[in-house]
Design a protein around this ligand. Structure first.
Ligand code: DX5
Ligand code: ZN
Length: 216
């Protein structure tokens, strides 16, 4: 069985205690952490910028999975790379030239991903698959933690799995939004490689056990 990458999202964590949460994630056995960047424009919410990422970088060697929900990633991605990003994912629904952006990010020495919102189909990003390290399928409307998983997104995971396998692309499928123990199995069965989970972990009485529960 392939190893599924479990990625706690700090969006639902206590932002005054992020250092503590990074230590909890390390202890859980997870190797990645998901950092949601929102600009109040691409999505109706605002979170953190490169200065926070830079401070977190000093505290951990976890793999930094940066999810840019911003209108102009071409303007800001480099700041996140300099702050310590290992992977930068931007959205398909932006207006900048996507292939160039993927190439710029990758030639800077880190990994690049593209995310698709629930209303965006896999065909929108298909031509970019040979260049991508990862595709992030949103299973909620981006912007907030704690929303319910959209079951009708499962078909998209299956379609993408098929295209990647048929063409032997070296590209991971990450799923983000409403992931708990039940929806995690659905996504894994559909072909996901990596699962982001926020509120299920951080709203749990014991977040450490909640992360660990994904590994059993
Ligand atoms: C939502 C973010 C997600 C969020 C997921 O826009 O992209 O990463 O943290 O949170 P949950 O797991 O609570 O749906
Ligand atoms: Zn996210």
């Amino acid at each position: 069985m392939k190893k599924i990458i479990i990625i706690p999202s700090i969006l639902s964590a206590d932002f005054a205690a992020l250092k503590h949460d990074l230590k909890m994630i390390e202890k859980s056995g997870a190797e990645w952490v998901h950092i949601d960047v929102m600009d109040g424009h691409f999505v109706p919410n605002i979170t953190v910028g490169p200065v926070v990422v830079k401070s977190l970088r000093k505290e951990t060697e976890l793999f930094f999975d940066i999810h840019l929900m911003i209108t102009n990633p071409e303007k800001y991605w480099r700041k996140f790379k300099e702050a310590g990003a290992d992977l930068i994912t931007f959205h398909s629904e932006i207006s900048a030239e996507k292939k160039k952006l993927v190439e710029d990010i990758r030639s800077s020495g880190i990994k690049a991903g593209i995310s698709i919102k629930p209303k965006t189909s896999v065909s929108e990003i298909e031509a970019l698959l040979p260049y991508l390290n990862l595709v992030l399928i949103m299973t909620v409307e981006p912007g907030f933690g704690g929303q319910s998983f959209m079951d009708n997104m499962v078909a998209k995971i299956k379609v993408l799995r098929k295209v990647i396998d048929e063409n032997n692309y070296d590209c991971l499928i990450e799923v983000d939004g409403g992931i708990n123990s039940r929806t995690a199995s659905i996504c894994i069965d559909a072909g996901a490689d990596a699962l982001v989970s926020g509120s299920y972990i951080f709203a749990a009485e014991n977040p450490l056990e909640a992360v660990k529960s994904f590994f059993v």
